[in-house]
Write a protein that binds this ligand. Structure first.
Ligand code: FMN
Length: 358
């Protein structure tokens, strides 16, 4: 069983998406602390694909990708691998200064933006942006890419039937994912492609059948690793689970920080009622379901807090996020002490105050 540090937004790039010294230090430190497989935080494939968070890294040009070489070299020097997570936010973004686009004009209840509906030609441009981004990643020396097809971002938006009301060929939501993978293969040849998917989602009934369809697709396309997460940003805390750091949310979250008292009184209780409780290994069931449809290595991410429970869960890979945020030397401590448990208390301040997540 191998451990992965799952994609974790850093907020450590400059305004154009170039890495800062802080970004370099983060990955160098993780590598020095024995993290052998790490996935970057989501990197935009185009300006339109930017997330709302400031400090997001980008992989939308060869020049920008080249700026990551020193990060990659530092990781390799310490015997570790680094995979670039590439993403397009689609409708799940706001206040980026760029057009907000989506599979349909349906709004995300969280972001509240009415997206421009991508035309068929524009979807082909997005496919090319992903292929170019992977190509830039390969030329910079990354060890592979992970497609962010989870958490309600653009690729996932196509897969959710209640959002995808298209009438063109992309009404088959899996077509976008297929074409992105095929274009990356055409452009990059033999270059590892990992894919992050969500098991269930809160905004859709019976997403399980679609999940199985996606796993079968990825199996047929022989991607290199499938990581199973949960949900969409419409119920963001169900991706993470745990406590709701209300004060941090209202202080830093650009969507919530200007909401008045009346809004809070009427809207918070129904939102809070939808939050699922934290349970250990909360995506393991879906990861095992994925594993029953494929021989491709599957990883589960969400609610693993010790090396021992990862070793016992029966998967070839297990991913950890928050444990590496609060202790970058989590693996060293775990190897020195078999019963070591992460100090992460699922307070989720890291998830809400992402400017300094890392
Ligand atoms: C601060 C923070 C940043 C995150 N950034 C990303 C990201 O960029 N891409 C992604 O796919 N998931 C991201 N996630 C989700 C994690 O990869 C992971 O799926 C989730 O935190 C559950 O794993 P855990 O219980 O080990 O924290 C982020 C989570 C946190 C807390």
């Amino acid at each position: 069983m191998e451990i992965i540090r799952s994609a974790t937004f850093e907020g450590m790039a400059d305004k154009d998406g170039f890495p800062t010294a802080q970004y370099q230090k983060l990955y160098e430190t993780l590598a020095k602390n024995g993290v052998k497989n790490m996935i970057t935080g989501f990197m935009f494939v185009s300006n339109e694909g930017r997330a709302m968070q400031t400090g997001q890294a980008g992989l939308d040009s060869e020049e920008k990708a080249a700026a990551f070489k020193t990060v990659i070299d530092a990781v390799h020097l310490n015997g570790s691998k680094i995979i670039a997570q590439i993403a397009h936010a689609g409708r799940q973004t706001t206040k980026t200064g760029y057009r907000i686009v989506g599979v349909s004009s349906k709004k995300s209840i969280y972001f509240g933006e009415t997206p421009h509906v991508l035309t068929t030609n524009e979807i082909y441009e997005v496919i090319e942006q992903f292929a170019n981004s992977a190509y830039y990643a390969k030329s910079a020396g990354f060890d592979g890419v992970q497609l962010h097809a989870a958490h309600g971002y653009l690729i996932h938006q196509f897969l959710i039937a209640s959002i995808n009301n298209r009438t063109d060929e992309f009404k088959d939501g899996t077509l976008l994912l297929r074409k992105i993978i095929e274009s990356i293969r055409d452009k990059c040849g033999d270059f590892p492609i990992w894919v992050k998917v969500s098991g269930d989602v809160d905004i859709e009934k019976n997403h399980k059948a679609q999940f199985i369809k996606v796993i079968k697709l990825l199996n047929g396309l022989k991607v290199d690793l499938i990581e199973v997460s949960y949900g969409t940003m419409d119920h963001a805390l169900n991706i993470f689970r745990g406590k709701v750091p209300i004060k941090t949310v209202f202080k830093f979250n650009p969507i919530y920080k200007n909401k008045g008292l009346l809004w809070k009184v009427f809207n918070m209780p129904p939102l809070l009622a939808k939050i699922k409780p934290y349970t250990a290994q909360y995506n393991l069931e879906y990861a095992k379901l994925a594993g029953s449809y494929t021989n491709i290595p599957v990883s589960a991410v969400g609610g693993f807090r010790s090396l021992a429970e990862a070793q016992d869960c029966g998967l070839p890979y297990v991913s950890f996020c928050r444990p590496f945020i609060c202790e970058s030397d989590f693996l060293i401590k775990s190897k020195n002490n078999e019963s070591y448990i992460s100090k992460c208390t699922n307070c989720n301040v890291c998830a809400m105050y992402w400017k300094h997540a890392g």
